[in-house]
Design a protein around this ligand. Sequence first.
Ligand code: SF4
Length: 265
Amino acid sequence: MKITNFHKPARLMPNKDDKSEYHQEFYNKVESDEQWIRLSDGCFRSCWNCYCPKDKLSYDLPIIEKNKVRFLDMNFLYAHSDPKAILDKLSKIKVNNKIVRYAFLCGLDFTLLSLEIVQLCKKARIGRFNNKGHWINGLTIAWDRGIEEKENIIESIKLIESVGYDKRNIACFMLCNGKISYINCLLKLKILKMLRVQIQDCWYDNQKRGSINPIFWTKEECDMFGKLCRSHNIAIIQNQYDSMDLIYYNEMNKPNKDETEMRCR
Ligand code: SF4
């Protein structure tokens, strides 16, 4: 399904000042083998890059007609009046006698996760759809703010993993070329590297990697961060970080460690 401005997330809209492009209303569209739904509107944060309205609105769950469902909510856990009941309902739905798989396109607010919520997400088969549209056992979360949320994200990733999600399939949105500085984003990337979590870099003003117009960062920073994101994800998917860390650890803990250090110089 082609993403139009109508159902593009407010945080990625091309022009923050053009509020007319964000439609604050229920959405339910069935096309081909997918269904796209918006169940809520609103977010409490007022991030600089986003014009999601602050007031909360909840909409009724429509009839689920497809086995693949994407939700367009900006901050479902905050804005919906009863997210737990919705997740519970979703877990029980079958279409054509087959289970239904779901994803939240904009990710879930990791600061609002609890053990009960992630358990309900797992039970409801809330996951991610990859580029080919195949469901994968991971969650999408968004980390648009700064490194000061480091401890919070570490705890949230542990929580997500504890209910059976594959950590390597967790993907973290990170807004690049924005008011969160390049250095701050590098520090965030380092945390994701330590956690072995993929990054979904999204570029301010709705640009794409490879054709970035530097706005808040320099061109060199944009180019370097794009390359780092690509290498980071390949390393996570292919387990390269694990092997590199292991080699390093073994080398540094050999009985003849001094010799190793000499060779490495
Ligand atoms: S947390 Fe997300 S939805 Fe909420 S204001 Fe920030 S970018 Fe927008």
